[in-house]
Write a protein that binds this ligand. Structure first.
Ligand code: 13P
Ligand code: SF4
Length: 329
């Protein structure tokens, strides 16, 4: 087979499924490639534990966006989902930003199609648009300021009192923020399938079974779940809470990947993933996040593919609300 036809075949496979040498130590090989290519690996807490352990920077959406803004390396490999890698590309248009599997999307981002959102926005011409970072670059380009679950309250409170606000795309986070800030907001009706899968009844049963356990939840969960939580916070907020709180057992309502870092930080404590409605699937795992594997990460560094590509006009417009968030003190 000629080199050209091998390349063509790899291109057809999208490089991500390219055959890998037998008996290779993938973690070691990834570390070596990262060094050789001057690449930095950013990973979200919802990634597979083996990927989390290789990251140069491990964190929640806000922390990773902040780190992306400081990267000096030539290549950014984003072990997360598409909107996160897109954000890194928007902040670093001249760098190569790689995502191990381009299909690693997000149900929440998908729940807000740009053309529908543009029509919705047109209904409220005087409103400021605050968007949760879990949205596409096109939606960011239609926004005034971006936020994450870590800084959403601060972002809302930075907007003048009588200013009309559209909050998109997560209705659950939006409702939670309305309660927290006392601000009226026009909500887009989007949601995350992972955080909406938790079963209220099963959680109550679990709380009764472990009366000393504290129940903690991510604000993308539904309001009836948030109402019974001892603590509600972003992924890093939840991680911070379990490290400073005095309880020893926790029932955790967010993507199960965070339990890896919780257990590392608090080896003497017990963490129980909150149960989901569907008995047939592990819905507290984000199937999009879990599309990234060590094999795909290795091939991604090896071939420097797949790469995030964005139109310059979108980068220019989407950059403004992201930088506004990052500059907010
Ligand atoms: P945070 O990283 O802001 O906690 O968001 C969670 C999430 O759903 C990321 O997709
Ligand atoms: Fe999107 Fe939900 Fe997965 Fe986060 S957990 S990436 S919001 S689908």
């Amino acid at each position: 087979m000629t080199q050209q036809s091998v390349s063509k075949q790899l291109e057809n496979l999208g490089y991500i499924h390219a055959p890998i040498e037998k008996n290779i130590d993938l973690s070691q090989a990834i570390l070596e490639l990262k060094k050789k290519k001057n690449a930095v690996l950013l990973a979200h807490y919802y990634q597979d534990p083996a990927i989390q352990d290789l990251a140069d920077y491990l964190g929640d959406s806000l922390y990773l966006a902040q780190q992306a803004a400081k990267v000096k390396a030539d290549i950014i490999v984003f072990a997360g989902v598409h909107f996160m890698a897109e954000t890194a590309k928007i902040i670093n248009p001249s760098k190569k930003v790689l995502l191990p599997d381009l299909k690693a999307g997000c149900s929440l981002a998908d729940s807000c199609p740009p053309s529908d959102f543009a029509s919705f926005k047109a209904l409220y011409p005087n409103a400021i648009v605050v968007t949760y970072i879990n949205c596409s670059a096109e939606i960011k380009a239609l926004s005034d300021i971006v936020c994450t679950s870590s800084n959403a309250k601060k972002v809302i409170e930075s907007i003048p009192e009588n200013q009309e606000i559209i909050f998109a795309p997560d209705k659950n986070l939006g409702r939670f923020l309305i309660k927290k800030t006392g601000r009226k907001m026009i909500l887009w009706e989007g949601s995350c399938i992972v955080h909406e899968a938790f079963s209220f009844d099963k959680i109550i049963t679990l709380i009764q079974k472990y009366p000393n356990a504290k129940f903690i939840a991510h604000p993308e969960s539904e309001s009836q779940i948030l109402e019974i939580a001892h603590y509600v916070g972003s992924t890093s907020g939840l991680l911070q809470f379990v490290q400073t709180d005095t309880a020893t057992n926790y029932i955790v309502a967010t993507e199960a990947g965070i339990l890896h870092e919780m257990q590392k930080k608090c080896p003497q404590k017990t963490f129980i993933p909150a149960p989901v409605d569907d008995d047939t699937c592990a819905c507290s795992e984000c199937a999009f996040m879990k599309l990234n594997t060590l094999e795909k990460l290795y091939n991604c560094l090896r071939f420097e593919q797949p790469e995030i590509q964005l139109a310059p006009e979108i980068i220019e417009k989407a950059k403004i609300p992201i930088l506004k968030m990052l500059e907010l003190k």
